[in-house]
Write a protein that binds this ligand. Structure first.
Ligand code: ADP
Ligand code: MG
Length: 341
């Protein structure tokens, strides 16, 4: 930990709260005949979205996302619940990490996820739509190969994210961000943190996250990875030090060597400082113990006896030895100063 020179943060759920809010809602009405049938009471719905809401898009999205535990899924399900949308029957859930989800919703194959996921499923996205939801995470929803619309979700920074990044950089560390999200959404967060784009790795698939860490290590860097998700676990394992958030997924917590028990990012700074301070203590203690013994042992053995007549009695030598241990332990206990319990 004290040798680190690079700290890589996951974006969603680590630098950000991972509690997303729906901000954009763009249903495509031309394809409304493809919409699934369901009775929805539009009149008593509270619109949380910037554009008028086509309840079916959200309802269909909620049905597919029910099979996922991703923050995106949680946000969409919460919004559907808030609007009291009736649940559609869905089965055969499938999750493709870093891309999206799919399920059979009322007998039709529905996909929800990013642009790459749509491309893989052969769903065409109009160029106007590709540029939509600027700076946000865009979730495309398609049914039977036809795009139904886009949902834009916005994430917020953790309150201590900016201060943590600043402190780490002031300590001479390179701070980087690694995310599976698209570059536009990544840059929006990086801007708020004053991170240069060269230190942002976006659209990194889960299995590539570990490779990105390995690539940094191949450049001779000592890398810490901070993450919370299932998709971060391989990278946490690959890093020289894996740091997990206590509130993260079990696999991330299991894989990490350090777990931030208070979920405070500032504790990354704290752990590096504690590690550096600990190593300083180890060096000091070694120096004093060696010095002390280098002088004490010859004196106890009687080097001074012929010239000066000084000889340590066994009792005095024992007392000096005990004092040496007490001083080392006392010096170590001083570590507590400046560090919260
Ligand atoms: P991160 O690295 O930011 O935690 P992930 O690797 O989990 O992101 O996901 C990367 C991208 O994959 C997301 O930004 C999203 O576009 C898409 N995605 C992942 N899971 C889902 C899901 N359940 N629903 C829709 N899209 C998803
Ligand atoms: Mg995450």
């Amino acid at each position: 930990m004290h040798q680190l020179d690079t700290v890589v943060f996951d974006k969603t759920g680590t630098l950000t709260t991972g509690i997303l809010t729906l901000t954009d809602y763009l249903p495509i009405f031309e394809n409304s005949d493809l919409h699934l049938t369901s009775e929805i009471n539009v009149s008593n719905r509270q619109d949380a979205c910037s554009t008028s809401v086509n309840p079916q898009l959200l309802q269909i999205a909620a049905a597919v996302e029910r099979g996922s535990c991703h923050p995106i899924a949680a946000a969409i399900l919460l919004e559907a619940e808030k609007q009291a949308l009736p649940l559609l029957a869905a089965e055969d859930f499938y999750t493709e990490p870093g891309l999206g989800v799919s399920a059979l919703v009322e007998g039709r194959r529905v996909f929800a996820g990013n642009a790459e996921w749509m491309t893989q499923q052969g769903v065409a996205i109009a160029t106007e739509l590709l540029g939509s939801c600027q700076g946000k995470t865009a979730v495309y929803v398609a049914c039977e190969g036809v795009l139904l619309g886009v949902i834009g979700l916005k994430d917020t920074l953790r309150p201590d994210a900016k201060a943590t990044v600043e402190r780490l950089r002031a300590m001479g560390l390179r701070v980087m961000m690694l995310t599976g999200d698209r570059p536009e959404a990544a840059d929006a967060i990086a801007n708020q943190l004053d991170l240069p784009t060269t230190d942002v790795l976006a659209q990194v698939r889960p299995f590539e996250k570990a490779r990105a860490i390995a690539a940094l290590q191949a450049q001779g860097r000592k890398v810490a990875m901070v993450g919370d998700g299932i998709n971060d676990a391989p990278a946490l394992a690959q890093a020289d030090v894996g740091i997990g958030l206590h509130g993260g997924t079990d696999v991330a917590v299991e894989t990490a060597q350090i777990v931030l028990m208070r979920n405070a990012l500032m504790d990354v700074v704290e752990s590096i400082e504690l590690s550096r301070a600990t190593f300083n203590k180890i060096r000091q203690n070694l120096f004093w113990a060696f010095g002390y013994n280098t002088l004490g042992i010859p004196v106890a053995a009687g080097v001074l006896l012929p010239a000066t007549g000084i000889l340590l009695s066994p009792a005095a030598a024992g007392a000096f030895m005990a004092f040496s241990s007490v001083s080392v332990v006392t010096n170590s206990l001083l570590l507590r100063r400046g560090f919260r319990p």
